[in-house]
Design a protein around this ligand. Structure first.
Ligand SMILES: [Zn+2]
Ligand SMILES: [Zn+2]
Ligand SMILES: [Zn+2]
Length: 405
C-alpha cells in the first residue's frame, strides 16, 4: 500500500463542526482508497478526527480535500516517519456518536466550538506554568498515557477511557472552583470537549467567571515542537499508532514496570490489564519470565493475585484461595459508585466457583490430584485468547497485523 522506498508522512488532525457523518465517511473511504493511505478516521455529527499515513504527495492531496469540507482552518500535525512501515494495518473510517466519547449523546449535547476553554499557544501555556500557585493542571488523557509522560505537577484523573471525565468533574468541581484550570491532551481534541463539559458544569454552579479554563492548543504534539528539549514535559508522548510514543527532548523515562517497578515506558499490545484490557507497563524481562502474562493496571492493582482471566491453569487449592479473596474484596466495595466493581467481582467469583465444581466432578488420575498439581497450560493472549505464540498481542488496536493473504 505504501511506497516502501520513501519516507512517509503521518498527520494527526481533528475539526469540530456540524457535519453529515454518512457523507463524510463515504468521502473518506474514497480518499483512502484512491490515495493508498492507512490510518484511523472517526466521523460524527460533530466533526472529524483522524491519524492518517501516506507518502508526502498523497497526504498533501488528502489534506486539501478534507479541508474543503470544513470552514475553519484544520491544524494538521505532521510528522515524518522514516521506518518505512505502515503504522496501521489498513484505512478504517468509523461513524461514531461522539468524537470523544463522554457518553453524553442525547442527554445534553455540548456546543464544543462555543463552549470550550480559552486556547493557549505552547508559549503561553508554558509561561502560565511558571506560576503554579492556584493552578490546577489536568491531564485529560488516560492513565496509561499519563504514565509514560506528562507535564510536571499535572493531575491524572485516573481514566481508562474518556467516558470517566464527567465523573472526575463531579467529584472535583469544588476543588476546581476559583482556580485557574489548565487542560492538555495529545493533540487538542479531547481538551476541546473536556473543557466545554467542565465550563458547562461551572456555569451551572455560577463559578464560570471565577474559574478560567484554558486548554493547550495543538496538545503535547505542538508543545514539544515549540520546546524540543521537553520544556516542562517529562517523558514520552504516547501516540495511537505502532510508534506508540514520540520521545520528548529531555529523554527521561518516567514510566515504571508494574511488576518490578524498574524504569520502563514502552507499551506493548500483549501486556494489558487482565481485568479491563487497558495497556499496562511491563518490562521485557518481567514479561519474559511471566508464565501466564496476566497483569493489572493501576485502577485494578488491588485485584493482583485474586483476579485472573484464565482459570484452567489453577489447582483446587488456588481457586479456593481466589474465591475467598474475591469475596473479601466484594464485601469491601460498598456504595452506589462501586456498582461496576461489584459486578466485575461477582462475575469472576461465579466463574471461580463454576471451575471448582467442574474440578471436583472430574475423575482424578493416578497419584496426582488437581488439589496440588498445577495444570500446565501455555500462556495465551489476554485479548483474543489464542496461544501467545500465535498472537503475541498483535490483535490489540493499532498493533493489529495486516491480515495474511
Ligand atoms: Zn519489570
Ligand atoms: Zn484494569
Ligand atoms: Zn490476541
Amino acid at each position: 500500500m505504501l511506497d516502501s522506498d520513501a519516507e512517509t508522512v503521518v498527520v494527526l488532525f481533528y475539526c469540530y463542526q456540524d457535519s453529515c457523518a454518512a457523507s463524510l465517511a463515504a468521502e473518506q473511504r474514497l480518499l483512502g482508497a484512491e490515495l493508498g493511505l492507512c490510518g484511523r478516521v472517526l466521523v460524527a455529527a460533530e466533526g472529524i478526527n483522524g491519524t492518517v499515513q501516506g507518502d508526502a504527495a498523497a497526504i498533501a492531496v488528502y489534506e486539501a480535500a478534507v479541508q474543503k469540507s470544513f470552514s475553519s482552518q484544520i491544524d494538521w500535525k505532521r510528522s515524518i516517519d522514516k521506518s518505512n512501515t505502515a503504522l496501521f494495518p489498513d484505512f478504517v473510517v468509523k461513524e461514531v456518536n461522539e468524537l470523544v466519547g463522554f457518553g453524553l449523546q442525547g442527554s445534553e449535547p455540548l456546543d464544543v466550538v462555543a463552549e470550550s476553554g480559552t486556547r493557549l499557544s505552547p508559549q503561553e501555556f508554558h509561561s502560565l506554568l511558571e506560576n503554579p500557585d492556584e493552578l490546577r493542571l489536568i491531564d485529560v488523557r488516560n492513565t496509561f498515557e499519563y504514565d509514560v509522560g506528562h507535564f510536571d505537577g499535572a493531575i491524572d484523573p485516573g481514566m481508562t477511557h474518556t467516558a470517566q471525565w464527567p465523573r472526575f468533574v463531579k467529584n472535583n468541581i469544588q476543588d476546581l472552583k476559583g482556580r485557574t484550570v489548565m487542560l492538555y491532551c495529545t493533540g487538542g481534541i479531547r481538551c476541546e470537549k473536556a473543557s466545554a463539559f467542565l465550563r458547562r458544569r461551572l456555569k451551572e454552579d455560577g463559578a464560570e467567571v471565577s474559574t478560567p479554563v484554558y486548554q493547550l492548543e495543538g496538545g503535547i504534539h505542538r508543545y514539544l515542537e515549540a520546546f524540543p528539549d521537553g520544556g516542562r514535559f517529562r517523558g514520552a508522548n504516547f501516540v495511537f499508532d505502532k510508534r506508540a510514543q514520540m520521545r520528548s527532548g529531555d529523554g527521561t523515562v518516567i514510566g515504571r514496570c508494574s511488576e518490578c517497578l524498574g524504569p520502563w515506558d514502552a507499551h506493548h499490545g500483549g501486556r494489558v490489564c487482565t481485568v479491563c484490557r487497558a495497556l499496562v507497563l511491563v518490562c521485557d524481562d518481567c514479561d519474559a519470565s511471566s508464565e501466564h502474562g496476566e497483569y493489572w493496571c493501576p485502577e485494578h492493582s488491588n485485584l493482583r493475585g485474586s483476579y485472573f482471566h484464565f482459570l484452567d491453569r489453577f489447582s483446587e487449592k488456588e481457586l479456593q484461595a481466589q474465591a475467598q479473596s474475591l469475596q473479601l474484596l466484594l464485601d469491601k466495595e460498598v456504595g452506589t459508585h462501586r456498582k461496576n466493581r461489584r459486578n466485575t467481582l461477582r462475575k469472576k467469583l461465579l466463574q471461580v466457583q463454576d471451575r471448582l465444581e467442574h474440578l471436583q466432578l472430574e475423575p482424578k488420575h493416578g497419584e496426582t490430584t488437581s488439589e496440588d498439581a498445577e495444570v500446565s497450560v501455555p500462556r495465551r493472549c489476554r485479548a483474543c485468547e489464542k496461544p501467545y505464540c500465535q498472537c503475541p498481542g498483535v490483535c490489540w488496536g493499532f498493533w493489529k497485523e495486516i491480515a495474511q493473504e
